[in-house]
Design a protein around this ligand. Structure first.
Ligand code: MG
Length: 279
């Protein structure tokens, strides 16, 4: 199914039946999404259900988003300890899970898989950098055998560090899911400057907003679209200038379901307005 450049979409986590999620998506007036695959999901049991629902609802899924058991985003220290492939004790199980989710995504006909690989060290001589590079190559190659791009979520490091890492991985199918809010939440630099630097590698973007951390060692706060520090009119103008062909995928990790729904509706409304102002 073809979608338009900069068409709106939504990221959600598959926690209900496929049809319920896709009807919810359409309730927001959307027909495109990224499919978040939670750690507990039994991929082999649900592949047929998702494949059938995507076809019958006529929905476009751009990416499968892989998350892992043990990830904790409560604060910066916990993120360092628990998120990514170099978090102590997690590498083997997360590599295996990524391969499983990639195979699941392939059954659904998806051509990309994304995840947080963890903090990329600035110091290229560090053992963690070498380990992460080897894992990224292994997973990028595994995705290639399934006809997929391997997509890194941005924001836990500076654009310069990520750019240099991409060049070291040196595979045509390693890409970036650019999340401007993560740059703010992790204090990793100016999102618009980062997007300019990473533009050649950007496969998809998240439309998420946030405010800077209040103190060192803390994470910033995610907020509804337009309520934070991301300059969305500027972000969309830059994407348009770059002839970005992908989706504007709304991401909102708000635990309260009623608030989340309201925030997504607000996000849809604001993105439509900001896009109209570009024309
Ligand atoms: Mg994101």
């Amino acid at each position: 199914m073809a979608v338009e450049a900069m068409e709106l979409g939504l990221v959600f986590w598959a926690e209900k039946h496929a049809e319920a999620h896709l009807k919810e998506l359409k309730g927001f007036g959307l027909r495109a999404c990224q499919l978040g695959v939670p750690p507990a999901m039994d991929c082999s049991a649900f592949a047929e259900e998702w494949k059938a629902a995507i076809a019958s609802e006529g929905v476009f899924v751009s990416v499968a988003v892989c998350s892992y058991a043990g990830e904790d985003y409560a604060n910066l220290e916990q993120v360092h300890k628990t998120v990514g492939f170099t978090a102590p004790g997690y590498a083997a199980q997360r590599i295996a899970r990524t391969r499983e989710v990639s195979a699941f995504a392939a059954k659904l006909g998806l051509t990309a898989l994304s995840c947080h690989i963890g903090f990329i060290p600035e110091d290229k001589t560090s053992p963690v950098y070498t380990e992460l590079l080897a894992i990224a190559r292994e997973l990028t190659d595994a995705c290639a055998t399934n006809g997929q791009d391997f997509v890194l979520e941005t924001g836990q490091e500076s654009a310069a560090t990520l750019l240099s890492f991409l060049s070291d991985v040196a595979r045509p199918n390693i890409k970036v899911n650019f999340d401007p809010a993560n740059m703010i939440l992790y204090g990793s630099g100016d999102p618009l400057q980062a997007l300019e630097m990473l533009q050649a590698h950007v496969l998809s973007v998240h439309c998420k907003d946030g405010r800077s951390p209040k103190a060192a060692g803390e994470l910033g706060q995610e907020v509804a679209l337009g309520e934070g520090e991301v300059d969305f009119p500027g972000f969309l103008a830059l994407l348009k200038n770059l002839n970005y062909p992908g989706l504007l995928t709304i991401e909102r990790e708000e635990p309260d379901a009623v608030q989340r729904k309201a925030d997504i509706e607000l996000g849809v409304k604001r993105l439509i307005q900001w896009k109209q102002a570009l024309a």
